[in-house]
Design a protein around this ligand. Structure first.
Ligand SMILES: [Zn+2]
Length: 492
């Protein structure tokens, strides 16, 4: 089974396979660590995670590299304002980024590459570009890429760059203008700024050169796939291609995947619109990490996602249904035998699930048959038409689903607890939802003790006390379920 993925470079859906027949070599642009990640950032990382997990499920070995941009204009400016070295300034955000990825259950790439640890490779690449006539030095000691030297510029984003001004330069790391400019490869040191003493002068790298240098360092001159958010397509990825191919004369990445933006309540997310959310904002509002994960991956990467709080509520309920069903399956006692309809349904759900993922990672179509199967199986259980062989047929289907979606295991309390710890340190307790605070005011041990006290009270026919405990727990977001095997509790 082979994944077929849209390739921005060719404009076609194409099979994605390792060129060397061994491991799929992929590079995905990572974060610039000057702030906490917002849900738009995390949608991209989550969709790359879906890609990773699908490839693994299909039996592909991966060599996945992600960079950390830990030096750029904003970082230098913010660190200077805070009066600390850039390494000290970025550490907090690097740690926060990985903590957030863990909360969202995003797998770690095989290789993490930090820009500040690869200055040597970037300098070497700029030297090669200079030797090839594709880079020049300006009077202040900065280096620029000469766009005129790379006629293929624009082949990824398909922008019409015919009005390109020869020799016009841009030195900021990010620019959105549709016009192409010679861009900075290396910026000469300004007084007081972080810089490195190198063979091409004292200074610091531009943003674009780091991805070219580090991708080639770990994946070779030509590799299988490059991924990133759609906002990086131009100019960042276009510049990466220009810098790399001018030196190697080989295709830098054969396949390009771009994750589309998300909207929040139908509008572009922005701080001024008041619809800007970091992952931590949502956790403090009481939403579960698993629900955020599911909501951000359920719309395929190539489609714009309109993120709403309703979609989070829907995801919370969907996950609850899945977890309850799996609990029913693993704890229930079922008679030997099978229900032919369920056997057929399990087989079909699995086929449809794989078909949808293999077809350009269509996560929406992949999850639908799984929920359909759960519905049918729940109905069969209610009617005593569910047998041991049905459980054996359905469990592996759920496992395959969860190998990609990863929401079945309940690890949400941990992510929420960490967010609360952070809120305490960061002075953000005012942003914590009251229900969440109440629920967190009890430890697991305290809950267990109360549950036991309630059981004892019931045995002693002290129903008033038993009800009192149930209500007290409910107020703090703890739900009790009485079953014939005893009392189970969970946090809402
Ligand atoms: Zn990049």
């Amino acid at each position: 089974m082979t994944l077929r993925l849209f390739n921005t470079l060719t404009g076609q859906i194409e099979p994605l396979e390792p060129a060397d027949g061994k491991a799929l070599r992929m590079y995905a642009c990572g974060p610039t660590v000057y702030d906490y990640g917002h849900i738009g950032n995390f949608r991209t990382f989550l969709q790359v995670d879906v890609l990773r997990r699908t490839l693994k499920l299909l039996g592909t070995t991966l060599r996945h590299v992600m960079n950390i941009t830990d030096v750029d204009d904003k970082i230098i400016r913010n660190a200077a304002e805070a009066g600390v070295p850039i390494g000290e300034y970025t550490k907090k955000y690097v740690d926060a980024f990985f903590e957030d990825l863990e909360a969202l259950r995003v797998e770690r790439p095989e290789q993490i590459a930090r820009a500040t640890e690869h200055i040597e490779q970037m300098v070497a690449l700029i030297e090669k570009l200079a030797a090839a006539g594709a880079a020049y030095k300006t009077e202040d000691g900065s280096w620029y890429f000469r766009l005129r030297s790379f006629p293929e510029y624009g082949k990824l984003s398909k922008k019409d760059l015919s009005g390109m001004e020869d020799g016009a330069r841009v030195d900021v790391d990010e620019y959105e203008k549709d016009s192409a400019r010679d861009f900075a490869l290396w910026k000469a040191a300004k007084p007081g700024e972080t810089s490195w003493e190198t063979a091409i002068g004292r200074g610091r790298p531009g943003w674009h050169i780091e991805c070219s240098a580090m991708a080639m360092e770990y994946l070779g001159e030509s590799f299988d796939l490059h991924a990133g958010g759609e906002d990086l397509m131009f100019p960042h990825h276009e510049n990466e291609i220009a810098q790399s191919e001018s030196v190697t004369h080989k295709t830098f990445a054969r396949h390009w995947m771009h994750v589309r933006f998300l909207l929040v309540d139908g509008r572009k997310m922005s701080k001024s619109e008041g619809n800007f959310y970091t992952l931590r904002d949502l956790l403090l509002k009481g939403y579960k990490a698993s629900a955020i994960r599911l909501a951000l991956i359920s719309v395929p990467y190539g489609n714009q996602l309109n993120f709403t709080f309703d979609s989070l509520t829907e995801s919370t309920k969907a996950i609850e249904r899945l977890r309850t069903f799996r609990g029913r399956m693993s704890e229930g006692k079922f008679l030997a035998g099978e229900n032919p309809e369920l056997q057929e349904a399990a087989k079909n759900a699995r086929t449809e699930f794989f078909k949808a993922l293999e077809n350009d990672l269509n996560t929406a179509e992949a999850r639908a048959p799984i929920f359909e199967l759960v519905r049918a199986a729940n109905t069969a259980m209610d009617q005593d038409q569910f047998f041991a062989a049905d459980r054996d047929a359905i469990l592996p289907v759920l496992q395959d689903f969860d190998a990609v979606f990863d929401v079945l295991e309940d690890r949400d309390a941990e992510a929420t607890r960490r967010a609360l710890d952070w809120a305490r340190e960061a002075g953000r307790m005012d942003d914590v939802a009251p229900e969440l605070l109440a629920a967190q005011s009890l430890t697991d041990e305290q809950i267990v003790a109360l549950v036991e006290e309630r059981t004892a009270a019931k045995k002693a026919r002290n129903f008033a006390r038993a009800d009192q405990i149930r209500n007290e727990l409910a107020e703090k977001g703890v739900i009790l379920e009485d079953s014939k095997d005893g009392v189970k509790w969970k946090r809402k």
